[in-house]
Every structure is written in C-alpha cells, then in structure tokens.
Design a protein around this ligand. Sequence first.
Ligand code: TXA
Ligand code: MG
Length: 319
Amino acid sequence: MLNDEERKRAVECLAAGGLVAVPTETVYGLAADAENELAVRRIFAAKGRPSTHPLIVHLAGADQLPQWAREIPPDARLLAEALWPGPLSLVLRRTARASDAITGGQDTVALRVPDHPLTLELLRAFGGGLAAPSANRFGRVSPTTAAHVREELGDAVDLVLDGGPCRVGLESTIVDLTGGEPAVLRPGGVAVEQLEELLGRHVPVRAGGTVRVSGSLDSHYAPRAGVQLCEPSELPRALEAARAAGQTVVVLSPQRPAGGVRWLELPADPVAAAQVLYARLREVDESGATLALVSLPAPAGLGLAVRDRLRRAAAPRPG
Ligand code: TXA
Ligand code: MG
C-alpha cells in the first residue's frame, strides 16, 4: 500500500511527464504517461533503447481495453478474464490513443494488467495507461528489486517505488491476437501449456518473428561475463573444458558440482528458477567470473521462458 503522500507524489510525477519505476509481479517497469509523447521519449532515452521498439501499455483493468484496442477477439477476452491481473501481454489492433511513439509505428499495441497491489493502486489513482518497459538499460538484465533499478538507471528515473522483490522474476508472456490464430511472441510468466488449456488448442511460439520485439533480438538479458549453456548431463565435461581454456568459471545449476568450483544455485523447478534467474545473472558479475556455465532447466512450463532468456544471455554480443 502507498500512503497518501507517496501516491500523490507518484501521480503528480507521471502527470508532469516524469518517469516512475514501478514494481510488477514480473520485473520492475520504467513507467510514464502513455499518452504523453515527450514522457514516452524520455523512457527510450533513459534505457538507451532504439525508438522503433514498441512498449507495453499497463492498465488498471480489462475494462480499459476498448480505449486502447479497436478489435478485441473472443480469445483476447477469454485470456484477459482468466489471467489478468497477471504476467500476460496481449497484442491487439490499436486505437488512436496508442501513438506511434509507443507502438513504433505498428498498427498494434501490447496491453497488460500487472499483478502488483502497489502498481495497481497507482494505475487506478492515475486513471490513464502507463507505458512501461523493464527498468534496465537496453540489452542488460531486467531488475527484480528496487535496488537493481537504482543501480541500473540512477538519476535517469525521477521516482522509484519499492514493492519488494518480484514474485515471478521474468517478463510477461506476449501473445499476438491480431492474426487468425493466437501465437506466443515471447515466452514468459504464463506457461504456454496454460494458454493451450484455456484456449483448447495448440498455441505456437513465434519468438523472433516479423513483429518487432526487443526481447527477441539475439543478445539480451546479458551479464558482462560470458555465458555458456549446457544440458545437465554435459555439465562435468563442459566445466573441465572451460577450465582448461583458462576461464574463471561460475556454475549455475541445481546442485553444487564436485571439485570446489564457484557455484550459484539455479533450482531445477522452473518456477523457482524464473524467480531467481536475473538476480543470479547479476551475481555472476559480482563473483568476478569470466564465464557462467549454466545447466539448463527442462523446457516445460516456465522452463521455456527461463531457457529463452538464458539463450539470449549467451548469444554473441554486438560490437
Ligand atoms: O513483464 C513485462 O512485460 C515487463 C513489465 C514491466 O510489465 N515489461 C517488459 O517490457 O518486459 P519490455 O519493453 O522490456 O518488453 C516488451 C516487449 C518488447 O520486446 C516489445 O518489442 C514487445 O513487448 N512489444 C510491445 N508492443 C508490441 C507490439 N505491438 N507487437 C509486438 N511486440 C510488442
Ligand atoms: Mg526488457
């Protein structure tokens, strides 16, 4: 709960075109008034993000959908009703309210109702939509605590609301509902299996398709150290090879490997792994290791999203 003074300060800051870092159940967001183009441009500047990458608009409730989306197919209504507030973003045909500054000039807009009491309270008090990407610098690891936001963005943000550590730990699942069949553009906090169960059919994952999704660029969510992935059974051999190559290794895996190597726990349970993933990637850099060797969780449930983020963290870096 925000006290009256905090709520007033945050609403006034947003109304004046300021940037407020807000907690959500997925990761912290860097929020601005979605209808203020200058404020939206400040988000891109603070993140160092290319302005053609569209933003998600956060709403207080599904009743605000028609303000932002001009077509709401039955599947969209069904998913919103079942999963909002929650870690699901719906891509729909936009109304004029969703400006080019937010959509990157596309005819669609991504919308979500976040599941965090503090931010829901702020959204209700503010009244309008809040454009909010994850509150990290472009290409870097998303923040899951208020301290991460301050480290990452410093003075570029006017106000940071501390809502504690994020419950889910990685970003929302993005579902495109503008084509004939729903498709996942980014796996995330809602498992694809759950979408399939609700919709009663197969839902394809089209990450890296033609729609611009910055989370689908190759290198993303990356710590400074190198990242190498392996299946659990390959870990001992990969560790030996990395050490032979002179790397200072830190292993991320469910159990401590034999032989006195630096180790950070990444649980085998995908929900628990999702929750700690970004904090662990930050700890990789703090450990002074040059290489993080990561044992991958199974690709079921949230394991799909964990593997997706790890694959991007391990992708070749630009420049
Ligand atoms: O959990 C989340 O989704 C977090 C929290 C803060 O809500 N937000 C987040 O925002 O991850 P961001 O900007 O880091 O990632 C949003 C993704 C981007 O990859 C963007 O390209 C995609 O959503 N996106 C936004 N609008 C889109 C659209 N109209 N069509 C396709 N993708 C879109
Ligand atoms: Mg992001």
